[in-house]
Ligand binder design. Sequence first.
Ligand code: SF4
Length: 353
Amino acid sequence: MTSLTILDRDIIKACVRGAKLRGPRKLITSTMMVSYQFRQSRRRAVNDRMVPASIIISLTKRCNLKCQGCYHLMKDSSAEEMDSEHLLRICSEFEGLGTSIFVLAGGEPMMRWPVIKDMMSLHTRALFVMFTNGTLIDENVLKEMRDFDNLLLVLSQEGSESATDLRRGSGVGHCIKSLSRKLRDNGILFGYSITVHRGNVRIVTSDQNYDQMISEGASFISFVEYVPMQAGTESMTLTDDNRTLLISRLRCLRHRRNAVVLGFPGDEERFNGCLAAGRGFLHISPSGNVEACPAAPFSDRNLLSCPADEAVMSPLMTKLRDMHASLKEGGGGCALWSNKEEVSRILATNNDS
Ligand code: SF4
């Protein structure tokens, strides 16, 4: 019994706002999508399960890039990634429970474009938000993407071309800029995701950078705070002053109303606390583990052996939801990760009982 969170409403707003810029057909389908979102919200309301409107599915651990500080590359990735049949079943199970937004991540999700097309074709009213490095989207893929009105692409970048090259590899910055032009010209909805750290918080949240992204056609911008999952990178985390600046800049940029602006977890206050563990979203790992959040890979259920309606009510997810108000963020962008000892203790206790 969950309604649409502020986060869900922001994502939907981004689609409608983007559709307005892209002609009547997109506007009609996005209107139908909005009514579907409220239909699913009513479906969740009658459900005694804690089903989030959004689930984040990491489709693969594979990626064609090796970005500095990428925490996917650091995660234990020995487990097999799920096959297409399981992924499609999981989408149908969650949609049946009332989920209406599927956030696709990785690794690089475009490594599994064929199953993504199947997902979007089977769930035409659900919204698919794909976080991608953009480098695998060529002319053929662009042609195919034009047919999907339920797709919102979110391109990962670091502000300028040079900053993007520095973190993600030579030429990636230029690739993203030229791709954004093609997406706009093909009427495909897109936005940007920027990792915010101590070294770039002032530049990436500047009016100049924002105006640049809007002029390129973005209707959605997410600022993701750097989480030091790699030991020794704590110096990149935002200081308290940085975080105060980030939150005030997000507020300013949001008032400009030509794109939806989100901060993770900067907006937790706005979201009424951490949305992990099903309060706003759940994360599904490439091997099917149901995790609290991509930045907090704690899990006690796997969807290859457990149905979705049981997994959302698992002892760990229920406990983390119950204690969300007590989990305080401390130095580095994620309340659960900052309290990983406590969470691991809960997990161990649950496993013993
Ligand atoms: S594109 Fe994403 S998943 Fe791939 S290396 Fe870079 S940060 Fe990691």
